[in-house]
Design a protein around this ligand. Structure first.
Ligand code: DGT
Ligand code: CA
Ligand code: CA
Ligand code: ZN
Length: 583
């Protein structure tokens, strides 16, 4: 049985170690900004570090009245951890937040800007936000302060540009969530015949600049009114007769375009893009004596307008097969459509099982049985349970004995839920020295082994490559999980020698994961490159709770953007065939 955890009652927030650490670090930041004595901030940071690395769930230990002995956490700090663990809140933290303007904490996100600089900038120049800091740096006002120079100004501007680049584009998952409710409400608006997402969201790009919607309506005015009246709409940027832009209170701009139903096809092609794809289509239209815009095709000689109510008609007039939105990046899809060689892209309903799922035996939230029932309810035929190996201390990785016990629990769940199957897997850490975290004899006993790199990420590229190759070459390793280690908008991908890794994967039959969590790793470009040299892929959710199991769909979206067919995605096979493939 799993180690008893004081289980989170549903709806109640239980803070993870990294959330506790983040709050303690933020307290330290605020204390420094407020100019408190240094040792106080140091104490909070020390405890934050220890909590972050603690091998067990600290909040759970507090809740079960067995607080761990965290070095540096005396009575006062321990009481604060207890308050956070039990209530999810901390009075003291809230009080500090009321004292320190949020803009000052934002400034700490700029690389190279620490609390002391923030305090100095605030005290001496009254700067209280990133925007004010940018303006001051641009105007050369910082170099007058003690310890700062024109080089600091440049570094600060550079740092601001970097966080801008990171934070302005919305993660696909978040964009879906934002647009879902909005679409449903607009669909009910009087006179709306059709409404769809367009732009990068419809192409399923990993990040989205703004949300584009297209509606076919009889009366545009009524729809715009409806949009403007929606709660949460912050302001209307531009209200035209066929186009409006709004921003939500939180989140991105939304471009809503409307069109008559008879011109839906050309409008949807236009607004879906990409711009490069559209440019190529227009060129093709010109070759045929036509000028293509969202309104329709105009015969250049006669000026006659030819409407297209469906996308298929647009492509047909250009002698092309209809091109799935995920491929519309001007990356070979037009040539393929012309030659009748578009791939039959893999679909979510073809995926039989999920190859990367966690439970509360390591860092997941739900039990094996609960995860399995939820996967079954989503229509999957199997899932590979891939809890962590021991060296991932933070995730309470499993000792060999615990692996054995887990096998028994899986057998019990399988006897309950058959024909659904839980396959016994592991997410095996590829250690910093390129050795693997379990001995071969133990690895041989798993149904499926997925290997990944979480530690030693700062190594030079050739050592990282060596680690990935060592895993691929081990006959017991079946899948390389989230191979680049990126997290969209948060963590850059590792720079491995990908051609070598993909060659090894293809040669050894090691599968490469397309992880559907906000990692989206591999991305579509690397996955396409891997498939080109004959490697196969899998799509997976990396779910740590039941609510994350549907993330598998994002792996499929990226696989489609990588031009993959069902045959190239190994888990479109049933459990038995997958096991045969990786044996
Ligand atoms: P985003 O918003 O940065 O994630 O990317 P998109 O692709 O959604 O771009 P967006 O919102 O600027 O425009 C939506 C679509 O409108 C785009 O995919 C194609 C079309 N479009 C926009 N600007 C142009 C343009 O300058 N030329 C052409 N041909 N099409 C354009
Ligand atoms: Ca867009
Ligand atoms: Ca747009
Ligand atoms: Zn995982």
């Amino acid at each position: 049985m799993p180690r008893p955890r004081s289980a989170p009652r549903s709806g109640e927030a239980v803070l993870s170690n990294s959330e506790l650490a983040r709050i303690f670090n933020e307290i330290a930041d605020m204390l420094e900004i407020l100019g408190e004595v240094v040792y106080k901030a140091v104490a909070y940071r020390r405890v934050a570090d220890a909590v972050e690395r603690w091998p067990e769930d600290v909040a759970a230990r507090y809740r079960s009245a067995e607080p761990p002995h965290i070095p540096g956490a005396g009575a006062a700090l321990s009481a604060k951890l207890a308050e956070l663990a039990e209530t999810g809140h901390l009075e003291y933290y809230e009080r500090l937040r009321a004292q320190v303007p949020a803009g000052l904490l934002d400034m700490l996100r700029i690389q190279g800007v620490g609390p002391r600089t923030v305090k100095q900038l605030h005290d001496e120049l009254g700067i209280a936000s990133v925007d004010e800091l940018r303006a001051a740096a641009e105007q050369g006002q910082l170099r007058g302060l003690k310890g700062l120079s024109s080089r600091t100004e440049e570094a600060i501007l550079e740092g601001i540009a970097r966080i801008d680049r990171r934070s302005t584009r919305l993660l696909l998952h978040d964009a879906d969530e934002m647009v879902g409710g909005l679409l449903a409400r607009l669909r009910e608006a009087p006179g709306v015949r059709r409404i769809e997402t367009a732009g990068s969201l419809r192409r399923r790009a990993a990040t989205i600049g703004d949300l584009d919607l297209l509606a076919a309506v009889d009366d545009p005015g009524r729809l715009f009114e409806r949009l403007n009246a929606l709660t949460g709409v912050d302001r209307v940027l531009l209200a035209g007769t066929d186009k409006t832009s709004i921003t939500l209170d939180e989140g991105p701009q939304i471009d809503l375009m409307v069109c008559p139903p008879s011109a839906w096809g050309t409008h949807l092609v236009h607004l879906t893009g990409s711009a490069a794809h559209n440019v190529a289509l227009r060129g093709r239209a010109l070759d045929r004596g036509l000028s293509l815009s969202e309104k329709g095709f105009k015969e250049i000689e006669t000026g006659k307008l030819l409407l297209a109510a469906e996308e298929e008609e647009v492509y047909a007039r250009l002698d092309l097969a209809w091109i799935p939105p995920e491929l519309r990046e001007d990356d070979g899809e037009i040539q393929a459509a012309e030659a009748g060689e578009l791939p039959e892209l893999v679909r979510l309903d073809e995926v039989r099982g999920d190859t990367h799922v966690h439970s509360d035996w390591t860092d997941g939230v739900d039990s094996i049985e609960v995860m399995a029932r939820a996967a079954r309810d989503l229509g999957r035929a199997y899932m590979v349970l891939t809890d962590h190996s021991p060296s991932l201390g933070i995730a309470r990785g499993l000792s060999p004995d615990r692996v054995e016990e887990q096998g028994a629990e899986i057998a019990r769940v399988n006897s309950l839920l058959g024909p659904f199957r839980v396959l016994h897997g592991t997410e095996l850490e590829i250690r910093a020295d390129a050795t693997l975290d379990y001995p071969d004899e133990l690895l041989a006993r798993f149904d499926v082994v997925i290997a990944s790199i979480h530690t030693g990420r700062g190594q030079p590229s050739d050592q990282l490559t060596r680690r990935a190759l060592a895993a691929a070459e081990n006959p017991h390793v079946d899948i390389l999980a989230h191979p680049t280690g990126r997290i969209v908008n948060r963590r850059d991908p590792l720079g491995l020698d990908w051609p070598r890794v993909f060659e090894a994967a293809a040669r050894t039959g090691t599968l490469l994961e397309m992880n559907g969590s906000p990692r989206l790793d591999l991305d579509e470009h690397l996955a396409r490159a891997a498939a080109r040299v004959g490697a196969r892929l899998v799509v997976a959710s990396d779910a740590h709770r039941t609510e994350e199991l549907p993330q598998l769909a994002y792996g499929v979206s990226m696989a489609r953007r990588a031009w993959l067919t069902a045959d190239q995605v190994a888990n479109t096979r049933g459990a038995a065939d997958l096991m045969k493939l990786v044996e």
